[in-house]
Design a protein around this ligand. Structure first.
Ligand code: SF4
Length: 357
């Protein structure tokens, strides 16, 4: 198995990177909010993250894109807090309500090695930007303990390109969102008036580092970029503008798209009439056709295979694996009993993907 890039960093290089990130966090500009708070004095910025790691859940995830989940699952670590805090966040318990517990770097390193021992294909770092200095210390320790799996940087796409540049040679797979094609909805729903430009420049840096997504003989991702886009009701995400950007900058054949239909009006979505409903089949299929016609390979959620209980309850889901869809007790075996109406919270996430290209 190909080893993660970070396995080849010297101790001196780890220390140099960590020192750089610690300096950034002392007047915090880890993300484009640029709060300039001293995270090492426990001052809190927009994300409200403290000066130590806080993690909600750690488990082998079988519901990520097929090259990430493979057969052994993606070793997923959900970090608490978020630099975006979208009003409709599907993970609102951890992004808005700080569900989670504190970990030392040593403790998190043990958990990473544990995921590797369970047979996971990668370590999937979900929304980690506000904890990078502490996370890198955990990764350094984990590497010393034998961690070699590739690292997935799974983020909301609101990043400083300079922060991403400092992760070069550490991260093998970038999995950023492209949430909004313009800033109007970004400001309305995520209080982020400059999302578009930071999203685009950071995405260019990610691609510069890792290139197109490549998989091994078993179809498991080893390195590269995969762009996630969640279709929103009423085209609020401005999906076509995202498509236009990607086609104008990249060869579509190089960009793996993960197109998601799973939007649910959760958390404070009810405060915004435009998004207080699910996406329609027509809305989703229109965006999907545009991406496929433009030549983007990737993974497209099957709209008719999605049920209404597509949300993780982070207060109960902690370390147990998300069951593969075919296993006994999975969602597929129980969804017949789910009632119509409001989305329910479940302990299983098992999307159905159609691979294109
Ligand atoms: S990581 Fe948090 S404190 Fe730092 S700039 Fe971003 S929102 Fe502000």
């Amino acid at each position: 198995m190909r080893r993660g890039s970070y396995c080849y960093l010297t101790d001196e290089e780890w220390e140099r990177r960590i020192a750089r990130f610690e300096a950034i966090a002392r007047s915090c500009t880890l993300c484009p909010r640029n709060c300039h708070v001293d995270r090492f004095s426990d001052e809190r910025g927009y994300c409200d993250a403290p000066g130590e790691l806080v993690v909600s859940s750690i488990f082998p995830h079988h519901g990520e894109e097929p090259p990430l989940s493979g057969t052994g699952g993606s070793g997923t670590i959900f970090f608490t807090h978020c630099t975006l805090q979208c009003c409709f966040c599907q993970n609102w318990q951890i992004s808005h309500e700080a569900e989670g517990q504190r970990f030392t770097p040593e403790e998190l390193a043990e958990k990473m090695v544990g995921l590797q021992k369970q047979g996971c294909h990668n370590i999937n770092l979900v929304t980690a930007t506000h904890f990078i200095p502490w996370l890198l210390r955990a990764l350094q320790l984990a590497a010393k303990k034998g961690l070699f799996l590739p690292l997935v940087y799974n983020c909301g796409g609101y990043e400083h390109a300079s922060t991403i540049a400092l992760l070069a040679g550490i991260i093998d797979i970038y999995l950023p969102d492209m949430k909004y094609g313009d800033n109007r909805a970004a400001q309305l729903l995520s209080r982020t008036a400059n999302y578009r430009s930071f999203n685009r420049t950071s995405l260019r840096e990610m691609f510069r580092q890792v290139g197109a997504l490549i998989t091994d003989d078993d179809g498991v991702a080893r390195r590269g970029l995969c762009v996630r886009h969640l279709v929103l009701p009423d085209d609020l995400a401005k999906s076509e503008a995202i498509l236009d950007f990607l086609t104008s900058v990249f060869d579509p054949a190089d960009i793996c798209i993960s197109l998601m239909a799973q939007y649910r009006p959760l958390y404070h979505a009810a405060d915004f009439p435009e998004i207080n409903r699910m996406v329609t089949v027509q809305e989703y299929e229109t965006v999907k056709k545009a991406f496929i016609d433009a030549g983007f390979p990737g993974f497209y959620q099957k709209f008719d295979a999605l049920d209404k209980s597509f949300v993780i309850d982070f207060t109960t889901r902690k370390e147990e694996a998300l069951t593969p869809p075919s296993a006994p007790g999975s969602l597929n075996s129980s969804q017949d009993s789910l009632s119509e109406g409001e989305p329910e919270t479940t302990t299983l996430l098992s999307p159905d993907w159609k691979e294109v290209g």
